[in-house]
Design a protein around this ligand. Sequence first.
Ligand code: AMP
Ligand code: MG
Length: 418
Amino acid sequence: MAQLSDDCFAFGGPMMSVDEAVGIVATRVTAVQDVETVSLAQADGRILANDISAPLPLPPFTNSAVDGYAVSSRDLPQAEEKTFPVMGRVQAGASASEAIKPGHAVRIFTGAPMPQGADTVFMQEDVRVEDDGKVVLPAGLRSGANVRLTGEDIAAGTPALSAGRRLRPQDVALAAAFGLANIEVIRRIRVAVFSTGNELVSPGGRRAAAQLFDSNRFMLIAMLARLGCEISDLGILRDDRASLARALKAAAGAHDLILTTGGVSTGEEDHVKASVESVGKLVLWRMAIKPGRPVAMGIIAGTPFIGLPGNPVASFVTFVHVVRPTILALSGATQQPLIPMPVRSGFTYKKKIARREYVRVSLRAGEDGVLEAVKFPREGAGLLSSLVDTDGLVELDEEITRVEPGESVGFLSYASLI
Ligand code: AMP
Ligand code: MG
């Protein structure tokens, strides 16, 4: 497990900006070093452990990009069309055929190796096949057209995938194209997840009148799963300092991160802070972010602890800005900055300066076809429907104080956030 010093999350200022939070976790969390080998079918979403350079050129051999007729550029019709006898036929997967003879064409298919001496391919749609089997090729084709040269995609030896990359389907495809059957990745980050609160009941359980079903735990588990974590669902903890402390301590040894939701405010029944302090070290990060409340950061027996707020929307947003970078840092992954896409605001919004705010919005195409962000009508941090019925968040930077309809704003889709 990662062993961190007790004061690694200490922060001097009164309010922490979102960028500072990401910076602190990115620099103060040590990555786990354990590497495991996975087959390519298991590689999506995993963190690459070692750099990969191209062991062969891509494409590995020069081949035709289309179905058609291969010729030598020395024979290309210049001013007017020209008739060619067809001397052979090369399919994809065929071994090298005989060299092309002057004034001849070879029938060729997409992906087939170019016959020796041929360097240009006419698309079959552009030629006329005569009754005697000869082909009439039009004038004007560029020398080298419709041919994919060895290494034009990636030359042999080129650095192609860097350690720390969170593999996407296209990255897995590249490893496959290199002929790698297995790759080395960082082992999954082990995360213990608890909800806290006397008012919570697990879905499927018996709910008393003043209780609600625990929804955050399942949201967090789903988000962690998308980040490739191995999750221990440790259920619901009562608002009781001693039992919280016991459960947190027990979880520390076997996990890389302990994550809780609820109980981190400063009310009398918010016991997470005191219980962490009794078994480890804790700081409350007052983040300049809305929605969001203080996020608790701590260390229990060398294992990082993050206590998210209980309100579902605050929990979601702080997960993105604190938990996600922590998971990436623990797995030695390159941090992936969130890149808001410009859309047109369809709403008016007033905001506090020096605070980052996230507005839940749906997207629709305006009359002129430009994408427009429509704000969810209500703002409560407890409204799950506001996350369910929207497409993402508009990110309003610290210096902004007001947004008017028609202005350009930055949109982050939910899909891009984890
Ligand atoms: P807390 O942060 O514990 O003060 O909780 C703030 C609000 O979030 C309260 O209304 C809680 O009932 C609610 N809440 C806390 N934890 C959860 C949870 N796991 N699922 C759904 N709502 C929760
Ligand atoms: Mg609570």
